[in-house]
Design a protein around this ligand. Structure first.
Ligand code: NAD
Ligand code: UFG
Length: 336
């Protein structure tokens, strides 16, 4: 089975390429390298001992995308390509709407033209907004508080409309909680450009001595220790969730939506402790005001994915932190 992976040189896409190749799929990557490095392709080859094809193409370039579909006969598409920084999306919303939405619409047009109608889409727990209760099930009301979140929500609706217009499609919408960690080899991981926005990459920079201390955004939340609680999921578990999803799409399912998380919430202070243990480094921090837009707690009800995909995350926070640390130590400047 041949799978097109858009955004396949990115953080989650690269880990999913490894799991796809190791599960016997043939893989073709399309990425414009706006937030990743071509070096990832060689690293994936080194890990798996298998080859994969890479096209440096932007999803906004519909003719180039069409040409790839002319040359390759895909059975399914995994669509990771997109811009993902919440703060940046507030500053340059048009870039986010253009890249994420137009990119997805182009992809769907080309898929339809070439009769490729199986799609796995990267959505986010951000579509649950500020949930009224926890844990979050897939049927909770959805909303968005920033342009990035709105692109995810709009794409979900676009995909549902597409299916309503043509029942030959099979689409899995995967709502990720907080992906962290890296492949055990230390060869691929998260390599954010500039100062990281997310907790674990930021802590990694502090542990490796590139940033002086962590800002803890709020210690006065209504949580056990006052800091924000999230459902962190190891990126390799997340990648395996995609294998389960693509297997599911081999049957006629229509549009299905799954949470991919562990179902357990950990606080910022718990992550700091675990990272200290993994890295044997001090993680100095300062307590700062809450970050605008953040919620106190967020974790998934994972029973639907467990029941219908037979997916269950196996790695815990100590694995997440030690694998993140191995990647960080082996690649002090990421892929640069
Ligand atoms: P990433 O930035 O590492 O990977 C995305 C990749 O897409 C990058 O390699 C980038 O160069 C590529 N890309 C962006 N726009 C493109 C375009 N127009 N054409 C071709 N390639 C393009 O991000 P990631 O963390 O791997 O996230 C993958 C997907 O998962 C994204 O859609 C993201 O919104 C979603 N997601 C991520 C998280 C998270 O915390 N990392 C959480 C929920 C959802
Ligand atoms: N945090 C800090 N200091 C930092 C960074 C984060 O204290 O430097 C705290 C946040 O306040 C929050 C927790 O760490 O309590 C996690 O923050 P992240 O930025 O790592 O993750 P978020 O839950 O805010 O958001 C992430 C992605 C979003 C996605 C969301 C749900 O960045 O794109 O998960 O999937 F929508």
């Amino acid at each position: 089975m041949k799978v097109l992976v858009t955004g396949g040189t990115g953080y989650i896409g690269s880990h999913t390429c490894v799991q796809l190749l190791e599960s016997g799929y043939s893989v073709v990557v399309v990425d414009n390298l706006s937030n990743s490095s071509e070096k990832v392709i060689d690293r994936i080859k080194r890990i798996t001992g298998k080859s994969l094809k890479f096209y440096k193409v932007d999803l906004l370039d519909k003719p180039a995308l069409d040409e790839i579909f002319e040359n390759e006969q895909f059975d399914a598409v995994m669509h990771f390509a997109g811009l993902k920084a919440v703060g940046e999306s507030v500053m340059v919303p048009l870039d986010y709407y253009n890249n994420n939405i137009t990119g997805t619409v182009n992809l769907c047009y080309v898929m339809k033209k070439h009769n490729v109608k199986k799609l796995v889409f990267s959505s986010s727990a951000t579509v649950y907004g500020n949930p009224a209760s926890l844990p979050i099930t897939e049927d909770f009301p959805v909303s968005a508080t920033n342009p990035y979140g709105r692109t995810k929500l709009m794409i979900e609706y676009i995909l549902k409309d597409l299916y309503s217009s043509d029942n030959e499609w099979d689409i899995a919408i995967l709502r990720y909680f907080n992906p962290v960690g890296a492949h055990k080899s230390g060869l691929i991981g998260e390599s954010p450009r500039g100062i990281p926005n997310n907790l674990v990459p930021y802590i990694a920079m502090v542990a490796v001595g590139k940033l002086p201390y962590l800002n803890v955004y709020g210690a006065d939340y209504d949580t056990p220790d006052g800091s924000g609680v999230r459902d962190y999921i190891h990126v390799v578990d997340l990648a395996n969730g995609h294998i389960k999803a693509i297997e599911k799409l081999k049957n006629k399912v229509g549009v299905v939506t799954y949470n991919l998380g562990t179902g357990k919430g950990y606080s910022v202070f718990e992550i700091i402790e675990s990272y200290k243990k993994a890295s044997k480094k001090e993680i100095p921090y300062k307590i700062m005001p809450r970050r605008p837009g953040d919620i106190a707690s967020c974790y998934a009800d994972t029973s639907k994915a467990q029941r219908e995909l037979e997916f269950k995350a196996v790695y815990g926070i100590d694995d997440m932190c030690s694998d993140s640390w191995r990647w960080q130590e082996m690649n002090i400047n990421g892929y640069e």
